[in-house]
Design a binder for this molecule. Structure first.
Ligand SMILES: CC(C)(COP(=O)(O)OP(=O)(O)OC[C@H]1O[C@@H](n2cnc3c(N)ncnc32)[C@H](O)[C@@H]1OP(=O)(O)O)[C@@H](O)C(=O)NCCC(=O)NCCS
Length: 162
C-alpha cells in the first residue's frame, strides 16, 4: 500500500466496518516504524481489498482486512492472507494473532482456514456496540504442520482460479 492508495482504501474501509479506521490511521501505518505491513489487492488498476498487520519480536498481529463487497467470495482475502503471512514468515515470525467480532462468522471461517483458533475473549471490546472480541492465535507458523496447511491453501486457490 502506498500513500496515494489511502483514499481508495479508506473508501473500502468505511463500507466494510461499523467502526472504520480514519484516513490518518492508514497514513500512520504507512509512515510507521518498519514493523507495519499493509498490502492491497487489485483487479486491474482498481484496489479491491487490503490487509494490515504489525509485528513485534516473533509475533504478528493482523489489525485489519477487508475486501470490497462486489469482489467478495472470489478468494481475494485468502490471497491477501497468503501474501501477508508469507512476508512475515520471511522475517522469522512464529505466531499470528488477531481479534474478530463474535458475530463475524465469515471472517472467522477465513481465519480458521489459516489455522487460527480461539484462545480468549475480550468482553465488550468493540466500542460501537460493545460486542465481544474473540482472540485468535495460530500455532507455530514455522512448523512443518503449518507449512503444509499453507501450501494446501495456496494450491486450493490456484486450483480454483485455473
Ligand atoms: C472477511 C472478508 C475479508 C473475506 O473476504 P473474501 O475476499 O470474501 O474472502 P475469500 O473469498 O478469500 O474467502 C471467503 C470464505 O468465506 C466463506 N464464507 C462466505 N460467506 C460466509 C459466511 N456467511 N459464513 C462463513 N463463511 C462464509 C466462503 O465460502 C470462503 O470460504 P472457503 O475459502 O473455505 O471457500 C470480507 O468478507 C470482508 O471484507 N468483510 C468485511 C470486513 C471484515 O469483516 N473484516 C474482518 C475483520 S476481523
Amino acid at each position: 500500500m502506498m500513500m496515494t492508495d489511502v483514499e481508495e482504501v479508506y473508501n473500502i474501509e468505511r463500507r466494510s466496518h461499523s467502526a472504520p479506521w480514519s484516513k490518518l490511521t492508514f497514513q500512520r501505518e504507512l509512515l510507521g516504524n518498519h514493523h507495519n505491513l499493509c498490502l492491497v489487492a487489485q483487479v486491474g488498476e482498481r484496489i479491491v481489498g487490503f490487509i494490515c498487520l504489525y509485528y513485534v519480536l516473533d509475533e504478528a498481529h493482523i489489525t485489519n482486512i477487508a475486501v470490497d463487497l462486489p469482489y467478495q467470495n472470489r478468494g481475494i482475502a485468502t490471497r491477501l492472507m497468503l501474501s501477508a503471512i508469507e512476508a512475515v514468515m520471511q522475517r522469522g515470525i512464529r505466531n499470528l494473532t488477531l481479534e474478530v467480532r463474535k458475530s463475524n462468522a465469515k471472517a472467522q471461517h477465513l481465519y480458521i482456514k489459516f489455522g487460527f483458533r480461539m484462545k480468549g475473549l475480550r468482553k465488550g471490546y468493540y466500542t460501537d456496540n460493545y460486542e465481544d472480541a474473540l482472540i485468535f492465535w495460530t500455532g507455530d507458523i514455522t512448523s512443518d504442520y503449518y507449512k503444509k496447511l499453507f501450501g494446501e491453501i495456496r494450491r486450493d486457490l490456484e486450483g480454483r482460479s485455473a
